[in-house]
Ligand binder design. Structure first.
Ligand code: 5RP
Length: 264
């Protein structure tokens, strides 16, 4: 691997090769999102526990300080909305020139395997890989399902992840699943990062799936709403960081989280 590509990938992870990405890109298809009304304020108390920020160019420019001190993963696909016909009908929104100008360390792009726009979104991924590889910029593929959340089983996720890796993604972000997640990771020849999803019932539920996914070979998480929609985001962010980088158990994470909440 060339120096630039390796260096950028290392920027995104801790020295242990594990990662906690903080996504605040939700507005790109769902508009103002609860907890992200002022994205700059949302991340202030929690960003120190994370390894990178996943964001669109618009929010980056408008709300994120240039001295953030964390690498940026720029979301480069979009062009659809909750009000439109099909979330899968995405285009590339951001040029590689812009990625370089904004000094991003990586890009993130959604693909919708099995949708009416499978070929187009896989084409977007391939084009971005062709362009970004030229400059040593890693592409993270996001296996998106739009509104069809029940698609998220091991068979579908294995298919989607493997295709992303085959097309040249350096990292794949996908959903955790309770059955055979280890098979999803094993079938993907590049590192797998777990997506979050809608807010869980409890913090313990979040810690359980993150811990389980890490045991099964994921290198980390890209988890937003379960952190910044939580009334105590710092407590949950710190406990998640400890699962990812300090290998704490679910019980230890719950205890840590409760202690931090009670200390408030
Ligand atoms: C949407 C994304 C988001 O980054 C991701 O889903 C956000 O994380 P969370 O679901 O944990 O709020 O890629 O396609």
């Amino acid at each position: 691997m060339e120096w630039g590509m390796k260096n950028r990938l290392q920027q995104l992870m801790g020295p242990d090769g594990k990662c906690f990405f903080m996504p605040i890109d939700h507005g790109y298809f769902q508009g103002p999102t609860s907890g992200l009304e002022k994205p700059g304020e949302t991340i202030k108390p929690i960003i120190s526990f994370c390894d990178a920020l996943f964001v669109t160019r618009g929010v980056l420019r408008a709300a994120i300080p240039t001295d953030l001190g964390k690498p940026i993963i720029l979301r480069v696909s979009g062009g659809t909305s909750m009000a439109g016909k099909d979330l899968a009908n995405e285009i590339l929104t951001t040029s590689v020139e812009e990625v370089i100008r904004l000094n991003a360390s990586a890009v993130g792009i959604s693909v919708f395997v099995g949708s009416d726009y499978e070929k187009e979104t896989l084409g977007n991924l391939s084009r971005m890989v062709n362009e970004c590889e030229r400059y040593g910029i890693p592409v993270m593929a996001v296996t998106a399902v739009g509104r069809e959340l029940d698609k998220r089983d091991a068979r579908y996720l294995s298919l989607a992840c493997r295709i992303c890796a085959e097309l040249g993604a350096r990292v794949v972000k996908t959903y955790w699943c309770d059955k055979d997640f280890d098979k999803v990771v094993k079938g993907c020849p590049v590192p797998v990062v777990m997506a979050g999803g809608p807010k869980c019932e409890s913090e313990k539920e979040v810690f359980e799936f993150v811990y389980d996914g890490m045991q099964k070979g994921a290198i980390g998480i890209n988890l937003g709403r379960n952190v910044w929609q939580n009334p105590t985001p710092v407590a949950i962010a710190k406990a998640l960081q400890a699962i990812i980088h300090k290998k704490v158990t679910v019980k230890e994470a719950v205890d840590m989280c409760n202690e931090l909440k009670n200390a408030k």
